[in-house]
Ligand binder design. Structure first.
Ligand code: V0V
Length: 140
């Protein structure tokens, strides 16, 4: 069902400060920056060398953003585990059939042309699991 870890999402208060910290301190490389108004975030993907491993830094755009709420409750830290799937609609249906709540009836736009949905953290052991269908497999 899950083919790999797509990324680990980390809530941060200030995106530019966090990018600088991860680049300067750990030698990661920022490979993508995007604003997703529907999700209420400005986000950046940082890569670990040539491994393909990524973290996603997520900063809130508005006080109503899920990331603003997370920061208010927990402070900065890991907010989500994002898993790559081949077909987000099909995987969401399979998980619903197993009794898990998905946050959206239909997938929504994610980073760089991906399609995303989320499993409610209360149905996944306290972890917000994001399903990510990569852009290459999203129908035009
Ligand atoms: C909330 N809870 C979490 C959590 N957020 N637990 C683990 N991880 C998280 N990130 C817990 C919270 O402590 C409560 O536990 C319980 O869930 C329900 O909380 P709530 O107050 O009813 O719900 P909210 O308002 O905090 O909302 C939680 C959800 C929200 C997950 C529904 O954050 C959401 O809609 N997330 C999906 C969208 C999102 O995260 N967008 C930003 C990333 P207790 O107190 O009841 O025990 S956008 C993104 O990833 C993109 C664009 C991308 O990857 O491409």
């Amino acid at each position: 069902m899950f083919t790999k870890i797509d990324h680990v999402g980390i809530a941060v208060a200030d995106l530019d400060t966090a990018i600088e910290f991860y680049e300067q301190t750990f030698g990661l490389t920022c490979v993508h920056i995007e604003t997703n108004h529907a999700q209420g975030v400005r986000e950046a993907m940082l890569s670990f060398g040539e491994s393909g491993d990524l973290i996603q830094l997520l900063a809130p755009l508005t006080p109503e953003s899920a990331i603003a709420k997370f920061l208010d409750r927990n402070g900065p830290g890991i907010q989500q585990l994002a898993c790559t799937v081949e077909d987000v609609v099909q995987v969401a249906d399979e998980l619903r059939a197993k009794g898990l709540r998905l946050l959206y009836d239909e997938p929504r736009p994610g980073t760089a042309g991906s399609l995303i949905n989320f499993v409610h953290p209360k149905d996944a052991g306290g972890v917000l699991i994001e399903l990510v269908q990569p852009p290459a497999t999203v129908p035009a």
